[in-house]
Design a protein around this ligand. Structure first.
Ligand code: MN
Length: 191
C-alpha cells in the first residue's frame, strides 16, 4: 500500500501570521514528504507492506516506527487548522474537557505547560481512552497516543522545524498563538 502525502485543506499562506507560508511549505512539502517517502521505502518486503498507518505505528519499531509515526502525527497536525478558530470546542468535547480540567481555560494552560516542558523534540496530545475520558500525553520524537491504545484528538508538534523560522527559540509564544488557528469543528470529529 502506497502512503500518500496529505493535501493541505487550506492554502499554504492561510495560517499567517500564526504559521508562515515558508514554514508550511517546508514542514509539509519537505519534512512530511520525506517521512512519507521513507515510510514507503521502508515497508517494502516487510509484513507492513499492506498495513494501514495506525497498525504500523502500533506494531513497528526503529526507523519504520519513526517515519510511520511522523506521517500519522502530521496527518493529524495539518488537518486540525483553519484560518480562524472558533475559539473553543462545543458539545461533547467541551463537556469532556470541562470534566477533566474544570474549564477550557485551565485545559489550555495545562496543555501549553505540557508542550512547553517537553524536552527536545516531540508532541503534546489531547487523547481519549476507550470510555472517552480525556488526557494530555507528552510523546518523544515520533510518538503517538495510538501506541498506548488511546485515540488522538489534538496533536501539537514541538519539533523546532514546526516553529523555529517564525518564533526562533520562543516555543511558548508559538503555542499561545496556535489556539487562534485550531479548527475545533475538525478536532471534535475525532472525539
Ligand atoms: Mn513536524
Amino acid at each position: 500500500m502506497k502512503h500518500e502525502l496529505i493535501v493541505l485543506p487550506y492554502p499554504a499562506n492561510a495560517l499567517e501570521p500564526v504559521i508562515s507560508e515558508t514554514t508550511i511549505n517546508l514542514h509539509h512539502g519537505k519534512h512530511l514528504a520525506t517521512y512519507v517517502n521513507n515510510l514507503n521505502n521502508l515497508i517494502q518486503g516487510t509484513k507492513f507492506e499492506n498495513a494501514d498507518l495506525e497498525t504500523i505505528v502500533r506494531e513497528s519499531d526503529g526507523a519504520l516506527f519513526n517515519n510511520a509515526g511522523q506521517t500519522l502525527n502530521h496527518n493529524y497536525y495539518f488537518t486540525q487548522f483553519a484560518p480562524k478558530s472558533e475559539g473553543r470546542p462545543s458539545g461533547r468535547l467541551l463537556k469532556a474537557i470541562e470534566e477533566a480540567w474544570g474549564s477550557f481555560e485551565n485545559f489550555r494552560s495545562e496543555f501549553e505547560t505540557a508542550a512547553t516542558s517537553l524536552f527536545g523534540s516531540g508532541w503534546a496530545w489531547l487523547a481519549a481512552d476507550k470510555e472517552g475520558k480525556l488526557q494530555i500525553t507528552k510523546e518523544q520524537n515520533a510518538g503517538n497516543p495510538v501506541a498506548k491504545g488511546l485515540k488522538p484528538i489534538l496533536g501539537i508538534d514541538v519539533w523546532e522545524h514546526a516553529y523555529y523560522l517564525d518564533y526562533q527559540n520562543r516555543r511558548a509564544d508559538h503555542l499561545k498563538e496556535l489556539w487562534k488557528i485550531i479548527s475545533w469543528a475538525e478536532v471534535e470529529k475525532r472525539y
